[in-house]
Design a protein around this ligand. Sequence first.
Ligand code: ADP
Length: 302
Amino acid sequence: MTRILVVGSLVMDLAFDVPAVPGPGEVILATAFGRYRGGKGYNQAVAAARMGAEVVMVGAVGDDDFGRAFLTALDAEGVDASRVVVLDGVATAVAVPLVTPDGDVGFVQYQGANRQLDAAVAADLPDCDALLLQGEIQAPVSLAAARAVRSRGGRVVLNPAPVHDISDELATTATVITPNEVEAAALLGRDAADLDGEAAARALVTDQRAAVVTLGARGAAWADGSRSGAVAPPGVEAIDATAAGDSFNAALAIALAEGQGYADALRFATAAGAHATTIRGAEPALPTRADVEALLDAAGSD
Ligand code: ADP
């Protein structure tokens, strides 16, 4: 069984639909409320488990109801949560999306336990076929984990999202970096509007690292030392792109860990991302292996 290790974030979303964002001293009545488990680390761990990998998650929650909800959910999904540390006196990370009628989302975010995860967790990581990292915990923790895995010859898939805290050192330590178009433009110091996906992937390649740039409905482009290419996703009726990137990254890590080349791995990963766009929300949209294979079969028989 493919062993995936995720070192990353767990964030409880408290989402409000509001007629307008409140000003100082103003009370706004929300028209809808929902509580959803998320965080890129959590989403990618659950997606990898649903796609059949043996998954260990390393992260931090607070000793509170939200933290307990995460541990229960990871367990139910078959993710090994024994390395998710429960921190006393620290809150589980919370995000409060405020969704206004025009569809804009404003966020309040409290990083809580995610920020307190200590680099010491990298000292005794379990063996894995691929390590998945994102940008929602402190970069030195991700760097320590990436170095530990690479020193044992393991693969490191770095999803630089959000991109602002990704250090050059961390980006250099990855086996493959997987920005979306906006993140690729930021990494390259270019304007996202002028970006060609495959050229951007080629520009992000180094001696030690391949690059994959996700392109939303257009799929994804890849480049390694000498080759590059692009893959379109299977056609789907997309209704909500939340967690498309997380599904894509988990699938890519699994496919690479299984020994697939980039072109095949991207076919698998773009199908996983496409599936996620057909279901509203994050956690409900994370695909199983059967979901991905059904889309690949349908695309193959076109
Ligand atoms: P992020 O969510 O990180 O911004 P993208 O929007 O690039 O990432 O989406 C990740 C992947 O999900 C894409 O590479 C693609 O495979 C798939 N995807 C996203 N949007 C669509 C869509 N509208 N139709 C089909 N596939 C999509």
